[in-house]
Design a binder for this molecule. Structure first.
Ligand code: ARG
Length: 575
């Protein structure tokens, strides 16, 4: 990675210039925000001025003296402002790095030490429709999984489905009601959702039904065969509905719902009790963690067993964190949910640390929070008919709208597409648009869902990037017999594009740390723009540089395709 190489060079230069400097002092190099600041920047002199008792400019001067004027890698360094160092690389080195990438685009991106990583994402709740929050979790989680897989890590994609709990008692009681027409073969998730609404109402009004429901919960927990059979059926119906969405989104995920951890719950509580970490509060077993208080300033309990003996969300998460570390031997845990669960996960990680399940020195745990999905009106997203419209309809609407837009464009351009080809492209575009519009905004912010915006062909959108890819392909198609030769960057716009291409691995590396897919979107958008700059300034077809420029085109297309695929987006060669 370029940035690492330069960072090392500068670390050495700092050490040499200031031998007393602690070996662990981090010398930081960043990508320049603008071409006039060179390619990279080192601003460490500013931070070290107190320590070294020297003005930053003098520090930088001394470092540059040690570094020497020029090298194979560094073309020139300039001190700017109070002491920033602007670093420009030689075009020869950038060319070389690009050429390396044509051989193996993944090479540099590979992690030095691949580890095992569990990503908990999507995770809808059985007998309920997946909502847009789950859609966000699915899209973000999948892209993070793809990124870490690309880097060569062993990624466990876990669907922590809410498939256990007292709600099932009501549903199972209701399914046994002779008045309810239940046909296992035809019943779908909508049927369950409606049935649950009725059951809930009856539960609140009808004492007998309430008792029966509670009895079913007890039977379910004790493993009664018939009750379990009903539960299985409910899970199966839900699973089918979720799978339809995963298929459309091309999501690969392993179901490991809350029920999986049932056999581990009692032991986890016992273990915590043995370690004297449990306090009983109003009959409930809780952990009280330093620094967590409610709005009134009272200690906030991390409740692990309710006063009636029942287990809850936190119990399962405690058991599962333990399982993922002790049994699955994961070195990193990632949980993708709405920001509303931030406190839960902060407490979970703290509690697991205190209990000795999670050693932060060995295992990194991240909650990856995201904001709400808003409608175009800026209010919380509701599908047209309110709560019950299905997520799948939202996706098919995006595909239909994509189809209409493509058809309009084809008419304008008088391009001939056969209907099936058009349908296939529309499916890719519609799904890509939904994914990209979500991923391209900073996930911690709320995000406005708008079909019109996400399907635009201009700006930082899926269509723009897909179209850029198509265009690059088109160039090659126009010169079918050309021999692609080695890359040779000469023109300023070629170098700018080449440098950006070389930064692919370091962008991925930084995202594996901050888990912000929008940075990859920005990178790809900039890649497309830099490509446009190159294509505007440098003729490809029929010039003496044709074959080396074709190589640059090819590499750009590969990086674009690979980057989009990490985001979970597909590319097409015609559009
Ligand atoms: N089922 C939960 C929900 O719908 C998300 C589960 C997230 N994962 C976890 N291990 N708690 O909000």
């Amino acid at each position: 990675m370029l940035i690492k190489i330069i960072e090392n060079k500068f670390s050495q230069a700092f050490q040499q210039a200031f031998p007393d400097l602690d070996k662990t002092t981090k010398i930081e190099v960043t990508r320049s925000t603008h071409a006039r600041f060179g390619h990279y920047q080192c601003n460490s002199a500013m931070k070290l001025t107190k320590l070294l008792k020297m003005p930053p400019r003098d520090i930088s001067l001394k470092v540059l003296e040690t570094l020497g004027e020029q090298s194979e890698i560094i073309e020139k360094c300039e001190i700017a402002g109070p002491g920033f160092i602007n670093i420009s690389l030689t075009s020869k080195y950038i060319t070389q790095s690009c050429q390396e990438m044509t051989k193996d685009i993944r090479g540099e991106a590979k992690a030095d030490k691949p580890i095992k990583i569990a990503i908990d994402f999507s995770s809808p709740n059985t007998a309920k429709e997946m909502h847009v929050g789950h859609l966000r979790s699915t899209i973000i989680g999948d892209s993070l999984a793809r990124l870490l897989e690309f880097q060569g890590h062993d990624v466990l994609r876990l669907n922590h489905i809410g498939d256990w709990g007292t709600a099932f008692g009501m549903l199972i009681a209701k399914l046994q009601d002779p008045k309810v027409k239940f046909d296992e073969k035809t019943a779908d998730l909508s049927f369950l959702v409606t049935l649950y609404k009725e059951a809930k109402k009856q539960f609140d009004e009808d004492e007998n039904f309430k008792k029966q429901s509670q009895l079913e919960v007890v039977k379910l927990q004790s493993g009664d065969a018939q009750t379990l059979q009903y539960w299985h059926t409910i899970c199966q119906i839900s699973r089918k509905a979720y799978q339809e969405i995963y298929d459309l989104l091309d999501i690969n995920i392993t179901e490991r719902g809350e029920s999986f951890y049932n056999p581990l719950l009692a032991d986890t509580i016992k273990d915590l009790e043995n370690k004297k970490l449990i306090e009983v509060s109003d009959g409930a077993k809780c952990m009280f963690l330093e620094g967590y208080v409610n709005r009134e300033g009272e200690p906030l309990p991390f409740m692990l067993q309710k006063s009636d003996g029942g287990y809850n969300y936190a119990t399962t998460d405690m058991a599962s964190i333990r399982h993922r570390i002790e049994d699955e031997k994961c070195n990193r845990l990632i949980y993708v949910t709405d920001a509303g669960q931030a406190t839960h996960f902060a407490m979970l990680f703290k509690a697991a640390e205190i209990a000795g399940y999670l050693d932060p020195q060995k295992v990194r745990a991240d909650h990856v929070p995201f904001g709400l999905v808003l409608g175009p009106d800026g209010k919380k997203f509701k599908t047209r008919s309110g709560e019950t419209e299905k997520l799948i309809d939202l996706l098919t609407t995006a595909i239909d709208k994509a189809y209409n837009i493509l058809q309009e464009r084809a008419k304008e351009k008088e391009a001939g597409f056969d209907p099936q080809e058009m349908k296939d492209i529309a499916t890719v575009l519609g799904i890509n648009a939904v994914k990209y519009s979500d991923l391209s905004c900073n996930r911690t912010h709320d995000y406005a869902f708008s079909y019109d915006k996400m399907l635009r062909f201009e700006g930082n959108t899926a269509a723009f990037l897909m179209y850029s890819y198509v265009r690059i392909h088109g160039i090659k198609r126009k010169i079918p017999n050309a021999q692609v030769s080695k890359i040779d960057l000469q023109h300023e716009s070629e170098i700018a594009l080449g440098l950006h291409i070389c930064q692919f691995a370091e962008i991925l590396d930084s995202i594996s740390d901050d888990l912000m897919p929008n940075r990859l979107c920005e990178y790809l958008f900039e890649l497309a723009e830099k490509f446009n700059g190159f294509f505007r300034d440098c003729r490809v077809e029929g010039v003496s540089e044709q074959n080396q420029r074709l190589a640059l085109c090819e590499l750009t297309a590969d990086v674009l395709q690979q980057g989009l695929s990490i985001l979970g987006l597909k590319t097409v060669t015609r559009m």
